[in-house]
Design a protein around this ligand. Structure first.
Ligand code: ADP
Length: 526
């Protein structure tokens, strides 16, 4: 459209003709997007392209014909038009100005206005208003302006020569200067906005601006006028503000984030140091512990080896002592008188005591070292219990105690180590006999759902509650004259408990001083 009016003289002629006679140009005007209004000196509307007017302002012909355009113009904008018209000399070019016209719904619509002054044939002054609807652009601009001003980041608009065209509120607050201090000055004179370290970045920006491709944002430290140091993330992009394209520089204050990052880095470094230090200490401790464990292992292996060698070495001469003493007693080397026999009997019982002790110590240390393996098989428990019964029957008879068996009404097969089960029973029954002078000793067997249960019950001296906790400890015996008068090492129960546990069973007892004791143990059936 502007093209048609480049030559004002020619335009005038055309308009004259339009007004006077031809409908042809009216048709052309109607086909345009811009609103064309022809007005007289007082801005009374003589002509307008009605379809375009309807589209833009929604008026029909009757609301417009014969009206003065001023009634539709925003008050302040009338001033702008007056200024243009008053300065206007015929045929001259006039600057485009922005005005608002009221539409049918009382909304103000923005237009770019170009005024062309003409004369008709009677030399009356006429005006041709060419109005271009810029409301969309204005809205976008308005939105940008709002964002620009309300942004928490400092935004600076530069032209391609690096001159500051506009700065937003945050820029003013952050850099502590007035708007007019910035406007139309080259950015490079502001050392706080443009420290020398970021010159290369800005060079890249200006170089890239023509292509519209900008470098990646950078982080930089700025020194403000009040000497405060801040960290910013600077990024650039292009914005179109009205007719011009500008470079938008955004300074995002990341001081807090940077502080946190620095703290985190410091904390991480500190943590890494500590972890390293602790790992070293831990490794050292682990090494020491391994050495210690190795030593324990070696010493426990040594102990087991030592014990088995020693027990062998100790038991061989004991066997010889017992064997030869028995021969002496049997009179193999000549008849002995009763005192000699008594002494020899003492030797045998001492040797047997020693023998038992060595065997028990060896078994306990083997169990402790995990070297004692059970030799399990399925066997008839009745046989074992009967054997135990037979072994002790003579001794019990001598003591005038009743010896009873319970629960062996039929044959029971159990899965266990028969030698060790017999050993357990021998230990418990021998204790019962040792510590019982009258009454009964019962051996009870019971087959339950998940276990076999054995009870050895006596009516002997019983155990005082205060001694309950020493009963299973190695080399511990109840401290009483009676107990001292009986042979024993204090190892029997300790080994017995371990043997029961090795079978996966439990051993416990109930006792009342002076009334008797019941030892119970179980062996699980699986
Ligand atoms: P030892 O019988 O060789 O002394 P044990 O380890 O078998 O060693 O028993 C430890 C101690 O428990 C015994 O010395 C005794 O004081 C007490 N004790 C064990 N069985 C009985 C029992 N049936 N009645 C009373 N006291 C017992």
């Amino acid at each position: 459209m502007n093209q048609d009016f480049k030559n004002p003289e020619r335009s005038n002629r055309i308009i004259d003709e339009i007004i006077e006679k031809t409908e042809f140009f009216k048709i052309i005007f109607e086909s345009l997007k811009d609103l064309i209004v022809i007005l007289d000196r007082d801005l009374k509307i003589l002509y307008f392209n009605s379809d375009v007017l309807k589209n833009n302002l929604n008026y029909g012909n009757k609301e417009i014909v014969g009206r003065n355009l001023r009634t539709f113009i925003y008050n302040k904008d009338i001033e702008k038009i007056n200024n243009i018209i008053n300065k206007t000399t015929s045929n001259s070019k006039h600057p485009i100005t922005e005005i608002r016209l009221k539409d049918l719904n009382q909304n103000w619509i923005w237009f770019d206005l170009k005024i062309i002054e003409m004369q008709d044939k009677k030399t009356n002054i006429l005006y041709l208003f060419i109005l271009k609807n810029i409301s969309e652009m204005k809205n976008a601009e308005e939105k940008y302006k709002n964002l620009f001003e309300s942004s928490p980041n400092a935004i600076i608009l530069l032209n391609f020569s690096g001159i500051i065209i506009d700065v937003n509120l945050t820029t003013i607050k952050l850099f502590g200067q007035k708007k007019q201090d910035f406007i139309y000055k080259p950015i490079h004179i502001f050392t706080d906005l443009y420290p020398s370290e970021i010159k290369p970045f800005f060079k890249q920006i200006f170089k890239a601006a023509f292509k519209g491709i900008f470098p990646e944002p950078i982080e930089a430290q700025l020194k403000l006028n009040n000497n405060r140091l801040i960290w910013v993330l600077i990024q650039a992009s292009l914005v179109k503000v009205r007719q011009s394209v500008l470079i938008q520089i955004i300074y995002q204050d990341i001081t807090e984030k940077k502080k946190i990052q620095l703290l985190e880095k410091k904390f991480k470094e500190q943590l890494e140091l500590e972890v390293e230090e602790r790992t070293k200490k831990l490794n050292h401790a682990l090494k020491e512990q391994k050495l210690y464990l190795d030593q324990i292992l070696r010493s426990s292996q040594f102990k087991t080896e030592f014990m088995s060698t020693m027990s062998h070495e100790l038991r061989t001469p004991l066997n010889a002592i017992i064997g030869f003493t028995e021969l002496l007693l049997e009179g193999a080397y000549g008849e002995l008188h009763s005192e000699q026999k008594e002494v020899l009997n003492d030797i045998i019982s001492s040797a047997e005591h020693q023998f038992d002790m060595i065997k028990n110590i060896l078994d306990i240390s083997k169990i402790e070292a995990g070297h004692l393996k059970l030799n399990k098989s399925t066997f008839v428990i009745n046989n074992i219990i009967n054997q135990v019964y037979s072994i002790f029957k003579p001794t019990i008879d001598k003591k005038n105690i009743q010896f009873l068996l319970h629960g062996l009404d039929k044959q029971y097969e159990i899965l266990a180590d028969p030698i060790r089960v017999k050993e357990i029973l021998l230990n418990l029954v021998s204790n019962a006999i040792k510590f019982t002078e009258k009454g009964t000793i019962d051996i009870r067997f019971k087959e339950k759902d998940k276990k076999w249960m054995f009870k050895i019950k006596d009516t002997g001296i019983g155990i005082d509650q205060k001694d309950f906790n020493i009963i299973f400890k190695e080399f511990k015996r109840v401290d009483s004259d009676y107990v001292r008068s009986k042979p024993g090492t204090g190892l029997g129960l300790s080994l017995t408990k371990r043997l029961v546990n090795l079978h996966g069973g439990v051993l416990w007892f109930k006792s009342e001083l002076g009334k008797g004791t019941t030892f119970t143990f179980t062996i699980p059936r699986n």
